[in-house]
Design a protein. Structure first.
Length: 184
C-alpha cells in the first residue's frame, strides 16, 4: 500500500497494490494494521456508508461537530467523482483551505479525511457509487453543511458544461463558511 500526504498533510491518499489477471482484479481494500501505521487512529471505524449518485449530483460540504466529529475513509467503487475537503481546524496552518482530487473506481484509491474537515463530492461520470467508513456515528443534531459555492472558499469544481449541480434541499440551504462551526 502506497500512502501519500496531500497538499493538506493530514489528508492522505491510499493506493493499494492491485493484482490483475484474465479473471479480473483483487486488492485488499482495508487493513487496520497498515492504516494505523500511517494514521493516528484516535477512534476506530464504527459505521460504513454506501452512496449512489447520478451524474451532476453534488453532495456537501458536510461535517459533524464535536463530540460527534467524524474521520472518513472514502473510496469510489463505480464511476468518477471530484472529491473536496475543507480544513475547519482553527489552529491549523491550512484553516479555510480546500483540496480537491479526482477519485475513480479504476484507480482504487482511498482518501483519508480526518475529523475537523468538511467533505463533499461531485459526480463526473454517468453515475457513481462511493463507500466510506466513519469514526463516529451519523448524528443529525451534530450535522452541519457549508455552501458548496461559498465565495470565500472559491472551490474550483469541474462542473459539467451547461449544467448546474443537482443539490439536496439541505445543501441548497447550507451556511456560508464564515458562519461555520469551526474546530478548536
Amino acid at each position: 500500500m502506497n500512502v501519500t500526504s496531500l497538499a493538506i498533510p493530514d489528508v492522505r491518499l491510499f493506493e493499494p497494490k492491485v493484482f490483475t489477471d484474465e479473471r479480473g482484479f483483487f486488492y485488499e481494500s482495508y487493513n487496520q494494521q497498515q492504516f494505523e501505521q500511517h494514521i493516528r487512529a484516535d477512534n476506530p471505524f464504527v459505521q460504513d456508508n454506501h452512496v449512489h449518485s447520478n451524474q451532476g449530483v453534488l453532495r456537501g460540504l458536510h461535517y459533524q461537530v464535536a463530540p460527534m466529529a467524524q474521520g472518513k475513509l472514502i473510496r469510489v467503487i463505480y464511476g468518477t467523482v471530484f472529491d473536496v475537503v475543507v480544513d475547519l481546524r482553527q489552529q491549523s496552518e491550512f484553516f479555510g483551505r480546500w483540496l480537491g482530487i479526482v477519485l475513480s473506481a479504476e484507480q482504487h484509491q482511498q482518501l483519508w479525511i480526518p475529523a475537523g474537515f468538511a467533505h463533499g463530492y461531485y459526480t463526473l461520470s454517468e453515475r457513481s457509487e462511493c463507500l466510506y467508513k466513519t469514526t463516529n456515528y451519523y448524528t443529525p443534531s451534530a450535522e452541519r453543511s457549508i455552501a458548496w459555492d461559498d465565495p470565500q472558499l472559491a472551490i474550483d469544481w469541474p462542473l459539467l458544461a451547461q449544467q448546474s449541480p443537482i443539490l439536496s434541499v439541505k445543501d441548497r440551504c447550507a451556511e456560508a463558511f464564515v458562519n461555520a462551526d469551526y474546530f478548536v
